[in-house]
Design a protein around this ligand. Sequence first.
Ligand SMILES: Cc1cc2nc3c(=O)[nH]c(=O)nc-3n(C[C@H](O)[C@H](O)[C@H](O)COP(=O)(O)O)c2cc1C
Ligand SMILES: [Zn+2]
Ligand SMILES: [Zn+2]
Length: 690
Amino acid sequence: MSLNEDEQSHSLFHQTSHPINERSKLNEEYLNKYETWKTQPGMAQIKLEFIDFDHEIRFKIEHLSETDKKLVTDTNNETNPAEEPKKKKFKGQNKKHLEINARSASNYNDHQLCYFVIRGGIANCSYQSNCKHSHDLTTYLSRRPTDIDSKCYMFDTYGQCQFGILCRFGQAHIDPVTGQNIIVLRPNQIYIEPLNKLPPLLKHLLRRKKYDYTLADRLVRIANKQITKVNVAKRNNPSTTDDDKANEKHHDDNDVGEKEDRSLVDIYYSALKKTDPNPIEANETENIKTDVPVIDGDQQQEQTSRPVPFRTLGAITDVDMIRLKPREKVRIDFNRRLYLAPLTTVGNLPFRRICKEYGCEITCGEMSMTTSLLQGQQQEFALLRRHPSETIFGIQLCGSFVDTMTRTVQMLEENFDYDFIDINCACPIDLVYKKGAGCAITRRTIDFERICRSISCLSTRPITIKLRTGIFTNENNAHEIISLAKSWKSEHDDNHVVDLFTLHGRSKEMRYSKSADWNYVDQCAKLSDPIPLYGVGDIYSFEDYYQKLNETNVSGCMIARGALIKPWLFTEIKEQRAWDISASERFDMLKRYANYGLEHWGSDHSGIERTRRFLLEWISFLYRYIPVGLLERLPHRLNERPPYFFGRNDLETLMASKLCSDWVKLTELLLGKVSSDFQFLPKHKANAYG
Ligand SMILES: Cc1cc2nc3c(=O)[nH]c(=O)nc-3n(C[C@H](O)[C@H](O)[C@H](O)COP(=O)(O)O)c2cc1C
Ligand SMILES: [Zn+2]
Ligand SMILES: [Zn+2]
């Protein structure tokens, strides 16, 4: 869109700009209100001229859909017209008439078109007339829904659109006569697929429980023998907590079978040797299939004593073999890097791409559950996708037991591309907590140690730990966990088992209700040295960032909600300035996100609806941004709330709206109209999660 901001907001919204408040024209009541707000703690200081004192009236008249307008009128007619309108009904969030439409979008490919027809390579379908999918292109084209736009982002960017004739922007690349999907390959326009797609063979092995975890299982047995004295004492102490007893029981269950006395490293090497009875010469590797054969029954029995090789996507090379040596890890310099926190749902790949563009350095995938990964659940593996722009990328794992965690790490180590593993010891959600995962792990220090030791030995990539201050508000225990974990060293060399701590300065109990306790974060950072520790909590401006970085002992800061509300925070930090970003620049960012979403989730009907849903989830954070130019005083704090305000143009006003219906309107500008029964309720209340 090439319009300037004013043209843009006028042409898009057909509204006139609001009159700017003038002090001399405001009545006493409003001026008093304003003076009170100014002194109230927790109130954002909006300049007088932008405050929307008459919000209630405007709210009724301008921003409501026809249905909501009618509801307001009806409500007001029924009650005393002098009474305040029942505004609560229309506030957008948590209201019944806006509940999530959980039903997944119907698939426009109801013709069950063959993949090759969709992509324009019908001749490549080896089944031809026996294909169980439809080859009837003509019928499909006659019923094809109208396109949303004549330009397709994928086609413009890469010269081809992998969603072919199902693309809702398809007129850009569908031949109107033949219906063929046009591909124009131009130099410098090559589509690079995101990494970490779940390979079909791996999915097959996981679903059928045929993946060979011998290595992980042996390491777990050894790790049982290596726990530190503190934990040994705890194990022998009759006053052991229930958490630990549960853990012990599980431990014993796992211990049946082979007793190992050798060191982790010995086992590691011997397991490797066993994988490779006939070492492969480098020049012989080209024709060797490294995929694991599917084995069943007796065959599998036999196979269990023989760990499978580390699978590589191509031939096994010297580099691969070198990577296998324990503790020869790729080290990451964690000092003072801009780290985007893991964020369930909203921290998806398109969002991380946006953050990378604004200067973020470390990204981490959304929390993934080890049990779901081990079952080969496609959706869980989707959380591991990595965009090529993500230069330092971590996978966050949430699990409770050493065997499942270690098996998962083995499977990831052998098949996926990432730079570090982060163990979630911070998630406060009850469902997770009751299973002994998330922040409950830190109550089970014996298991915690075994998990860290065995995955650290197995992994060639660093292990990081995400913590909260503790479970209860006045019972911080992160310092105990940190000093315990700091005492764990690899027996192979003198390296620490844990490579980085990240500490969210709130307890499980606190969720987001109070400010993060940076004094405590600082104490923990001092204690963790030489292991780096990143502080997390409430960073929303470059001032916040440098104050934490320079005045405490942390090695860096992790940013969560600050990045969700204003992803350009990374640029502000790098350039040490408050960026008065315009509404059209922000709209442009939404446009980029929508395009990345279409690329990631698809530009067919269901992909568009998924993109829309994730965009809406994000907007449920973005609307909280207050433009710098409207603020009386900087920096604005994350937990300060504003009165209703106007933007400097209608687009800016719209982007600050609290109404779900306005958020939907924003998505319609990018992704086309929603159906009449479309409903949405944000998934996140920011008081949940790590
Ligand atoms: C929507 C949302 C999703 C989150 N998801 C995760 C997650 O998957 N894993 C995790 O460790 N923490 C998660 N967190 C916690 C953040 O990583 C971070 O620790 C917390 O929000 C404090 O930082 P902040 O004050 O900068 O927001 C989430 C937080 C939010 C708001
Ligand atoms: Zn076919
Ligand atoms: Zn397309």
